[in-house]
Design a protein around this ligand. Structure first.
Ligand SMILES: Cc1ncc(C[n+]2csc(CCOP(=O)(O)OP(=O)(O)O)c2C)c(N)n1
Ligand SMILES: [Mg+2]
Length: 330
């Protein structure tokens, strides 16, 4: 990773942070409704892994904490924000909301509310790639608690049995909603769990983007070279509650402080400042420019976009029953 890449990644991660913080404000203002799960704290996971892959070409899938992954794959942040605002211009035409961001043009295959749902879907995507002889790989990001679902075990078994080109990335933020991992999960180190399926795996610091990138490069090379699946566990932390309805009262101040001192954006920023590659003023200017773009470009687009028409609310919802698709309209 060269200096230009590091500077770009610093900007991308800061953009992701400011985007999510602005979502929080819009939710409090009641501009966004429904469920909202935010990503601050975990930025180096998504950006480090996808930097080592081919975003836009490789097929990416994740759970409900999905805005940043979609944007890194190439989805327009304006359309992602419009989706959160439930507007017709949203990436899922306003019918999906926060948990169902979808950008098929960029091979971002969602955004899923069901914990563990994406594991088999990723294996299926990888099976399709293999059958077509493509060079792409499937990348499935999910949380630590998702690994207790049956789908995890079924999918890993089939993925290895058929040596599918799929990379499973576990963003281990130590909690599933308000339950700490040691209260829900018998094996704490998630990377150890996949040895039962003969899948190679590694655990890495998810707060340091350079380390994530290096570990992900190894993982991606393994999968793309046809050697079958790989499992990468990234140790990370979310800075907010699980969702907007979580008061976040179950974590100690000491623990929160410890992780805030390992903020992925600050770690990279300080490293670049120390190396003389950027100054504190450069960083401030970048932040101001990002905040300005989010306000005047992203939020302005979502605010000014039309809502779906009431008569068309069912449009796009269920393809096989949809006369808009099969019957030429209602
Ligand atoms: C099938 C299913 N069961 C339960 C839930 C409720 N639920 C939502 S999030 C969550 C915890 C998931 O935690 P984790 O996989 O660690 O992801 P994180 O939120 O930490 O990113 C649960 C149990 C759900 N959405 N789907
Ligand atoms: Mg978790």
């Amino acid at each position: 990773m060269n200096v230009a890449d590091k500077k770009r990644l610093l900007r991308e991660m800061l953009f992701a942070r400011r985007f999510e913080e602005r979502c929080y404000e819009a939710y409090v203002e009641r501009k966004i409704g429904g469920f909202l799960h935010l990503y601050p704290g975990q930025e180096a996971c998504c950006h480090g892994v996808l930097e080592a892959a081919r975003p836009g070409q490789d097929y990416v899938i994740t759970g409900y904490r999905d805005h940043v992954h979609a944007i890194k794959c190439g989805a327009d942040p304006k359309e992602v924000m419009a989706e959160l605002y439930a507007k017709e211009t949203g990436s899922s035409k306003g019918r999906g909301g926060s948990m169902h961001i979808f950008a098929a043009d960029h091979h971002f295959m969602g955004g899923y509310a069901l914990v563990g749902g994406p594991f088999p879907l990723a294996a299926g995507m990888a099976k399709a790639i293999k059958m077509k002889g493509g060079e792409e790989i499937a990348i499935c990001f999910l949380g630590d608690a998702a690994n207790n679902q049956g789908t995890f075990h079924e999918s890993l078994n089939m993925a290895k049995l058929w040596d599918l080109p799929v990379l499973y990335v576990c963003e281990n933020n130590l909690y599933g909603i308000g339950t700490r991992i040691d209260r829900s999960t018998a094996v704490i180190d998630q990377y150890k769990r996949v040895s039962g399926y003969n899948i190679p795996s590694a655990q890495e610091d998810g707060q340091d983007i350079e380390k994530v990138f290096k570990a992900a490069k190894k993982a991606v090379d393994h999968v793309r070279s046809g050697k079958g699946p790989y499992f990468l566990e990234l140790m990370t932390y979310r800075y907010r509650g699980h969702s907007m309805s979580d008061s976040n009262a179950y974590r100690s101040k000491k623990e929160e402080r410890m992780w805030s001192e390992r903020d992925p954006i600050i770690l990279l920023r300080d490293r670049l400042i120390k190396a003389g590659e950027i100054t504190k003023d450069d960083y401030k200017a970048m932040d101001t420019e990002i905040l300005d773009t989010i306000e005047n470009d992203v939020i302005a687009f979502a605010e000014s976009s039309p809502e779906p028409r009431v008569e068309e609310l069912e449009k796009y919802v269920l393809a096989e029953n949809d006369p808009w698709v099969y019957g030429g309209g209602r």
